[in-house]
Ligand binder design. Sequence first.
Ligand code: CMP
Length: 139
Amino acid sequence: ATNRTFTMIKPGAVRNGHLGAILADITAGGFKIVAMKYTKLSAEKAGEFYAVHKERPFYGELVEFMSSGPIVAAILEKDNAVADFRTLIGATNPADAAEGTIRKKYATSIGENAVHGSDSDENAAIEGSFHFAGTDIFA
Ligand code: CMP
């Protein structure tokens, strides 16, 4: 069925000049962009977005990195969106990511891993509404 996932193109990938190439990979992968925003997260907002990782040793580093510069947040639509997007981006650690995936091509480390992709339909909905109002989504 057609459904949605949520992504952020992270500050490192934007800083390194990969924004256009990553958006091209996403559209070439068959994803329709139904909402998109160029924005910057405050440390507080980044902490809230990643609250599920609060107890992890990398939480502070993650929050600092994700609030270190502008990002692109987007909601993507496709058949089997969550799983297919995770295939397109590759493993969390770019060292383990398959050849040709976005993280293999553009990530520099497990922390600075170029893009975020939701891990379930439920989280895609939660993360999408964290960044977008219903009126910002154009299906
Ligand atoms: P993301 O898919 O955005 O969701 C949580 C993020 O935590 C993940 O991408 C990684 O960038 C980050 N992360 C996971 N494991 C580590 C780690 N060991 N060290 C630093 N960051 C990590």
